[in-house]
Design a protein. Structure first.
Length: 266
């Protein structure tokens, strides 16, 4: 995320060529969450899904109306160890594909896969045209739902030379102390599944082995349920941006994230 949000299996060129051959050229707007990529696979064939009956909250970072309402998103909210902006605008690729559109699309794709496996899924925002909600309210949605697990989806806006993904885990700030350890288990499960399912390498510029820990993110600090953030790639890096902009590849990301929940809840 440019502003607070957020071993390859094949070579990048070959991966994108394969996507193009399947009709998956990069697009610029979020496609329908029910289209693009291979059909979601169900875990029931192997003895039942670990997410069946579980409550999962998905937080698509930012929102499409944030940039037009700075007075709302810039107001300060208490995040456990200080005050920060209610929300932020996010970043975008150099071709103009926005982080908020990316997170909305992936979140809906992921929700569909999880619901097909029997999970009870709640998103922290209802569309990609609104404002907010504040990071504290996003955490509260998971808390009120008594979620078994929560995931905040982002894409980074780092220097173009950096590439790869990383998962951000909470550190103990106060009210979140009891969920730090289960969140680390969730973070490892999401990291392993995302790398295996997408082939995107660990971040070259942040964290270690695809994991980072932070105490400055309100969504982590104010949570009382297991939660992690994922920066799915760096939107400023051309290779990462091509993947993030591809609808079929976003479906692949969603299915990998679903496998992360399966691994955590198994």
């Amino acid at each position: 995320m440019l502003i607070q949000g957020c071993g390859p299996v094949v070579g990048a060129g070959l991966c994108l060529a394969m996507l193009a051959a399947c009709g998956g050229s990069p697009d610029r707007e979020p496609s329908s969450p029910t289209t693009g990529g291979a059909p979601a696979t169900s875990a029931t064939a192997t003895g039942g899904s670990a997410v069946n009956g579980k409550v999962i909250v998905i937080d698509p970072g930012h929102n499409g109306g944030n940039a037009d309402h700075p007075e709302e998103i810039n107001k300060k909210v208490f995040v456990g160890n200080g005050y920060k902006a209610c929300n932020t605008v996010g970043t975008n690729t150099r071709d103009g594909y926005s982080e908020h559109a990316f997170t909305w699309d992936v979140a809906n794709r992921l929700a569909r896969v999880l619901r097909e496996r029997g999970a009870k899924v709640t998103l922290t925002r209802k569309d990609d045209t609104g404002v907010g909600p504040c990071v504290t309210e996003r955490a509260d949605i998971g808390n009120r739902s008594r979620a078994d697990a929560s995931l905040s989806i982002h894409a980074d806006g780092a220097e173009a030379s950096g590439h790869g993904f990383h998962v951000i885990e909470p550190v103990a700030v106060g009210k979140n102390a009891s969920i730090v350890e289960p969140s680390r288990k969730l973070g490892t499960a999401v990291r392993d599944a995302y790398r295996s399912g997408t082939g995107i390498p660990y971040s070259t510029y942040r964290g270690r082995d695809g994991l980072d820990r932070r105490g400055d993110l309100g969504g982590l600090n104010m949570s009382t349920v297991p939660i992690v953030f994922i920066e799915c790639g760096n939107m400023q890096n051309p290779g990462d941006a091509a993947k993030l902009s591809s609808a079929p590849f976003r479906q692949r990301m969603a299915e990998a994230l679903a496998a992360g929940f399966e691994g955590y809840l198994r």
